[in-house]
Design a protein around this ligand. Structure first.
Ligand SMILES: [Zn+2]
Length: 113
C-alpha cells in the first residue's frame, strides 16, 4: 500500500525531529500532498493513526493540505493543470503527460508539547 510506505517515512521524519528538538510529544503534523502523488488523504489519516501508535506522534492530529497538480503536455508543448494522475490533458485530451508539480508529500510544520 502506497500510503502505508509514505506514512512510515513521515513518522521517521517526525521522530527524528522530536529527537533533535528533545520533545516527548507531537501534537499536530501538517503536511502537503500533491494531487498527482497518488496518495489518498483519507487513507493517509487511517495509516497515520496506525503507524503513530507507540511513537511520539501517538494521538497527534494530521492536517493535510492538497497541492494542485501540473504536468507538461508533449502534444500541446506547454504546461497544463492536472486534477489527478492518469487524467488526460485538459486542453487536447492527450495522454503524453509528464507530471511536474503536485507529485510529492512534504512536511510543512509540526506543533510540539
Ligand atoms: Zn495537451
Amino acid at each position: 500500500m502506497h500510503e502505508m510506505a509514505m506514512t512510515e517515512k513521515l513518522i521517521d521524519v517526525v521522530e527524528n525531529f522530536a529527537d533533535s528538538e528533545g520533545c516527548q510529544r507531537i501534537r499536530v503534523v501538517r503536511i502537503e500532498i500533491g494531487k498527482l502523488s497518488g496518495v489518498e488523504p483519507a487513507m493517509m489519516h487511517f495509516c497515520f493513526d496506525a503507524v503513530a501508535r507507540g511513537t511520539v506522534a501517538e494521538n497527534a492530529v494530521l492536517e493535510i493540505s492538497e497541492v494542485e497538480g501540473n504536468a507538461w503536455c508533449f502534444d500541446c508543448r506547454r504546461q497544463v493543470p492536472l486534477a489527478a494522475r492518469f487524467e488526460p490533458c485538459p486542453r487536447c485530451g492527450g495522454v503524453n503527460l509528464q507530471p511536474m508539480d503536485g507529485t510529492r508529500m512534504r512536511v510543512k510544520e509540526m506543533e510540539v508539547e
